[in-house]
Design a binder for this molecule. Structure first.
Ligand code: NAP
Length: 303
């Protein structure tokens, strides 16, 4: 039976540590603040934004929400981003996706000042990550890396297979793990003989968006299996991309859904907002982000 990687517990620890850090910043009259822009009334987005607001509240990060109507123009959206870029009290800006079809989300991400781009979607941060420079790393890949680290799973020299090549998960995650000396294979919808590839994975990461896509026969004995997927089954229950029940018997470590990668994503967003506030106030940030002693579990510290 695999060890279950408890993302919920780990995320809670990270939030608690950040709460202390925010209190220290407040003593120096620094107040980290997240601005979230939402366009339209997408129901799922409303839930995500509510969860982010709750996490901010718990950690002590100020939160301001900006709602634009469904029929807003690109000009209005860009003007709002400009305004937030220029506001000294805003540390981080997040544009909740999706946004309505006629609007161009890439153009909007490009407009967010890279120093406030706590989601890591601005091309400057994407590029910096690609060349191994300090950058804001998008929160889901960052959360996955953090989980591996906290469970003492070192990707160096390992065969890592990532299923999915999206800009928000697969691609940045491949860069993060490449920077940590893993050997990376990325699979996508045009990949042939996917099972032959996944069976060689020491670490298998599923970010496909298809319920139970990864079955037991695709997994090598003792592989580490990370499930990024969030899907709903017919009963409306949240399930991942991995057939957890059967894969668990074969894997050495596995993340559950819910309670795995999901909570880590929000925790790393909080982390990025605090770091943004520090940088904007001239406080040195330890940018060896993956070895920050702030994060620990099971009495293991990473320096
Ligand atoms: P996405 O943009 O839809 O990307 C899905 C990827 O899977 C694409 O690269 C696609 O290939 C690939 N794919 C689709 N069918 C495939 C197949 N049959 N074989 C191999 N590859 C296939 O999705 P995403 O935004 O990366 O999200 C992936 C999943 O993670 C979703 O369930 C999403 O809800 C979840 N998610 C979770 C979090 C979290 O916080 N836990 C955050 C973000 C996303 P092509 O590129 O060829 O189309």
């Amino acid at each position: 039976m695999a060890i279950i990687i408890n993302g919920k517990e780990l995320a809670k620890k990270i939030r608690l540590n950040l709460k202390e850090e925010v209190a220290e910043l407040n003593n120096k009259k620094i107040y980290p603040k997240l601005a979230v822009i939402m366009v339209g009334e997408d129901k799922a987005s409303q839930v995500y934004v509510r969860n982010k607001s709750k996490a901010c509240n718990e950690v002590g990060i100020e939160f301001e929400e900006f709602l634009l109507p469904e029929n807003t123009t690109m000009e209005n959206l860009l003007n709002l981003i400009d305004e937030l870029n220029n506001r000294d009290d805003i540390s981080g800006i997040l544009l909740q996706s999706p946004i309505p079809k006629p609007l161009n989300i890439r153009e909007a991400f490009n407009k967010i000042d890279y120093r406030k781009d706590v989601d890591g979607f601005n091309p400057v941060n994407v590029g910096k990550l690609a060349i191994g420079e300090k950058a804001f790393i998008s929160c889901t890949p960052y959360g996955v890396v953090k989980m591996l680290e906290e469970y003492n799973i070192n990707p160096e020299g390992k065969n890592v297979v990532i299923i999915g090549r999206s800009n928000i998960v697969g691609k940045p995650l491949s860069q993060c793990l490449l920077n940590k000396n893993a050997t990376i294979t990325i699979c996508h919808s045009k990949t042939k003989n996917i099972k032959e590839i996944t069976k060689n994975a020491d670490i298998l990461i599923a970010a496909v968006g298809k319920p139970h896509f990864v079955t037991e026969d695709m997994v090598q004995d003792n592989a580490v299996v990370i499930d990024v997927g969030i899907n709903r089954n017919e009963e409306g229950k949240l399930i991942g991309d991995v057939d957890f029940e059967n894969v668990e018997k074969k894997a050495s470590y596995i993340t559950p859904v819910p309670g795995g990668v999901g909570p880590m994503t929000i925790a790393m967003l909080m982390n990025n907002v605090v770091e943004a506030a520090k940088i904007q106030n001239g406080i040195k940030v330890e940018w060896k982000q993956f070895y920050n002693k702030r994060f620990y579990i099971k009495n293991v510290f990473y320096n």
